[in-house]
Design a protein around this ligand. Structure first.
Ligand code: HEC
Length: 129
């Protein structure tokens, strides 16, 4: 009887782990075979709290002046960044070094995020008034 209870707890935690893992690609509109997919996941996990990029479902930037917070970073739907700018911002903590934490991602991960962002940022720039 006790053994049985333990087994079902174990089964429940396996199910939970699977559910959490299943959320891995939520909101990312890129095929998992895309060379940019890894960078997109890293961006979603580490940057979306403060930056907006609809390609990964990120809405961290301010939407209007009334709900603006100091931590709201630029909206990458409209802001175009190149590889060097993103790598610099990651190392330095944004361009000012004041708000964005430094080195949220490093090494290969930093490069994957930067390559992804250089490719996909600024896609809606033409639509801004
Ligand atoms: C805690 C909030 C926060 C997080 C998390 C964050 N940023 Fe930022 N980021 C900001 C703010 C605020 C700015 C604008 C002020 C500045 O440049 O210092 C900024 C600026 C930037 C810039 C410069 C944009 C420009 O054109 O001015 C880039 C590039 C950037 N962030 C990329 C990233 C990436 C990539 C990640 C994830 C690895 C990330 N940020 C995570 C808040 C954040």
């Amino acid at each position: 009887m006790i053994l049985r209870a333990r087994t079902s707890v174990a089964a429940a935690s396996v199910t939970l782990a699977l559910l959490v893992a299943g959320c891995g690609s939520q909101g990312i509109q890129l095929s998992s075979s895309s060379p940019y997919h890894h960078g997109a996941v890293l961006f979603r996990d580490h940057c979306s709290g403060c930056h907006t990029l609809s390609l990964v479902g990120a809405q961290g930037s301010a939407t209007n002046i009334k709900n603006r917070l100091p931590t709201n970073g630029p909206n990458f739907n409209v802001r175009k960044e190149n590889l060097e700018q993103v790598l610099y911002a990651i190392r330095n903590g944004g361009f000012s070094g004041a708000i964005m934490p430094q080195n949220i991602v490093v090494g290969e991960d930093a490069r994957a995020v930067a390559t992804f962002l250089a490719q996909y940022s600024g896609r809606q720039a033409a639509n801004t008034p």
